[in-house]
Design a protein around this ligand. Structure first.
Ligand code: ADP
Length: 617
């Protein structure tokens, strides 16, 4: 319960005014409901011809207790009904009372609707807020987080778990407001009608509540397990969608099917158990509710039967029926209340999973008063850098590099040597484990992150494009870019011509991750993006994907234009691109094993020479 209240406090606070409305609507609904049922008493009196009692009108005076006021009101109502019966006859009065019952019920149901309707903005609002929080958190977390938490898992948390929070915690919120109000009003009415009978009822209720509680206990743990399996399922779907080409090429459909069927079978098993327990809640409370009615009916009924006049000293028959109606009415909110206590643990389990992302510490943080930097003036200095990922294995050992403004430094080496890791350290995608990286003499950890990244442009091996227009993909990251600027950048990137051939030109949508473009075209779009951003430092991860000669020439040309006026750090696979670099670093197993200009390295007759010979074959 404490956990639940915390969640409510965290998310419902901005929607307080709706809560107020909900409470008001619920109170009105309960009052109308009770009033509509009080109509039953005079109706029954008329039907059973019990209206021979004589009532006198008693004026309300101040200084009466609540019970006395109740008695006076009941007496006056009876007096009024008898007056009306005398005036217009019993059947007309009956019709009048029925009409009154109808109107009251209409009012009651309208308020009931209103109370649910005002909850809708809260439910949908909270859902949106959690999704937004998650999304923003995902963007702020360092890349290192995502190597552990798989993408599918995050999607599962964003969809499944957030949905679960909505359906269980938020709908329970509605019930937890509505039901206590209804219970309070019904209970008060019952107390007023017959406190003795109510005390008797109260003795029975806790025993029934205890039985319900026992069943609900294990629900949270079980549903946590089920949600984890849902994550696994989503991960596999994600993986499969990303790897369809390979799966088909390797005829691995059966294999994948086997993996997937295992996880879905597990998921089915767990959700079945959770659902069975949940399905038990409704019939169980229905049954226990009926038992309660049974006991009270038997107890109260036998009291009435014993008295000869049909009205015991405790209660008369019509009032007893009214009492039973109230009792029956209180059972539904009680039932919903227990249902909420069943649902809340499921939602809390999901909240826990969402919180795991929301509360994940962001290790790459800015210092308190970071230094602002507008421009890159002198050099980037990487000194004595050691780096390991979270697994603790050292990937980079004692790296020392100076990159002067305007220079091009190329990094070559076998796959897994640590090239990408090294360039990821410069924009602080990861922080160094030891040593430091300085830009113009300032440790990058002391710089404002936005300023640091503003200095850099990326052209990746695998161009990252978004499902949007060509224009927006190029203008990505540059606020308020004009069409002229975008076209200019595209021209420099050798992309303008192919863009103009598209049906909608720059407004053409390029599909999911740019699938509607060829590999070379995607690269040129991503080069145009870097050109438009016009950063002083360029980080280049050269494409290994083989392009056709013409396409490669266009990409190369675009790259040379981009590099010519900038400081460039390039991971190169084709040595032809980097022959003119100011320095070439040859990396192997996390270390720089050779360094120098192309000719110097050839003369060294080492690793670089071998690489060169291999490529010129
Ligand atoms: P290269 O770019 O030279 O191919 P990388 O920098 O990608 O090499 O990788 C260097 C080493 O670091 C590899 O052994 C790789 O397995 C490891 N590695 C890369 N990324 C991660 C990561 N997120 N977590 C743990 N190890 C990683």
């Amino acid at each position: 319960m404490k956990e639940f209240l915390k969640v409510i406090k965290r998310y419902v606070a901005p929607y307080k005014k709706y809560l107020g409305w909900s409470i008001l609507m619920n109170v009105l609904s309960a009052i109308f409901n009770i009033f509509s049922f009080t109509m039953i008493i005079p109706i029954l009196r008329i039907l059973f011809k019990m209206s021979d009692t004589v009532y006198e009108y008693i004026p309300l005076t101040s200084g009466l207790s609540i019970k006395e006021i109740g008695n006076v009101l009941a007496n006056n109502a009876n007096w009024w009904v008898i007056q009306v019966i005398d005036d217009i006859g019993p059947s007309m009065t009956l019709l009048l009372l029925c009409a009154f019952l109808g109107i009251m019920t209409l009012l009651k149901t309208s308020c009931y609707f209103g109370s649910s309707a005002v909850m809708i903005p809260i439910r949908t609002g909270v859902l949106r807020d959690i999704r937004m929080q998650l999304y923003n958190k995902i963007m702020s977390l360092p890349l290192g987080f995502f190597s552990q938490e798989r993408k599918g898992d995050i999607i599962a948390r964003m969809t499944g778990d957030v949905g679960e929070i909505e359906s269980s915690i938020m709908s329970s919120l509605d019930m937890l407001i509505k039901n206590p109000i209804l219970i309070f009003f019904y209970f008060t009415t019952m107390m007023v009608v017959s406190w003795k009978l109510t005390v008797f009822t109260l003795v029975v209720v806790p025993a029934l509540g205890w039985i319900m509680g026992v069943i609900g206990k294990q629900l949270k743990r079980k549903s946590l397990q089920a949600q984890e399996l849902w994550s696994d399922t989503m991960s596999q779907v994600e993986e499969t969608l990303g790897g369809l080409r390979v799966i088909k090429a390797f005829n691995a459909e059966k294999n994948m099917e086997g993996r997937f069927s295992k996880v879905t079978a597990d998921l089915r098993d767990k959700t079945s158990r959770v659902s069975t327990r949940q399905a038990l809640a409704h019939p169980m409370s229905e049954f226990l509710g009926t038992i309660l009615i049974m006991i009270v009916l038997w107890f109260g009924g036998s009291l009435i039967l014993k008295s000869e006049t049909g009205s015991s000293s405790l209660i008369d028959a019509p009032t007893f029926i009214f009492y039973m109606v109230m009792l029956y009415s209180i059972i539904n909110p009680l039932k919903d209340f227990t249902k909420a206590t069943y649902n809340v643990p499921k939602g809390l389990a999901s909240m826990e999973r969402v919180d795991k992302i929301l509360n994940a510490p962001n290790e790459i943080t800015e210092i308190k008063n970071p230094t602002h930097i507008q421009d890159f003036k002198d050099k980037i200095e990487i000194s004595h850098v050691r780096f390991c990922y979270e697994d603790g294995k050292t990937i980079l050992k004692d790296i020392n590099v100076s990159i002067h403004k305007g220079n091009t430094v190329a990094i070559v080496g076998e796959s897994g040597a640590g090239k990408s890791t090294l360039v990821d350290l410069i924009p602080r995608f990861y922080d160094v484990t030891e040593g430091d990286i300085k830009i113009d003499g300032i440790d990058i950890r002391n710089l404002k992150m936005k300023d640091l990244r503003q200095l850099m442009g990326y052209v990746n091996q695998e161009p990252i494009l978004f499902n949007d227009t060509i224009f927006n993909n190029i203008a990505f990251g540059v606020e308020g870019a004009t069409m002229e600027q975008v076209v200019e950048a595209a021209k420099i990137a050798n992309a303008h011509d192919f863009i103009m051939e598209k049906e909608n030109g720059y407004m053409e949508n390029i599909g999911d991750r740019g699938t509607k473009l060829s590999g070379g075209q995607r690269q040129r779009i991503s080069i145009a993006r870097a050109i438009l951003k016009n950063p002083p430092i360029l980080i280049l991860d050269e494409a290994t994907a083989s392009l056709d000669t013409e396409s490669e020439r266009l990409v190369q040309e675009a790259l040379f234009r981009l590099m010519s006026t900038r400081t460039t750090i390039a991971i190169a696979h084709r040595l032809s691109t980097i022959k003119n670099s100011d320095e070439i670093l040859v990396m192997s197993d996390g270390e720089i094993v050779e360094r120098g200009k192309h000719e110097e390295l050839i003369q060294m007759n080492g690793y670089y020479k071998k690489l060169n010979d291999m490529q010129s074959l």
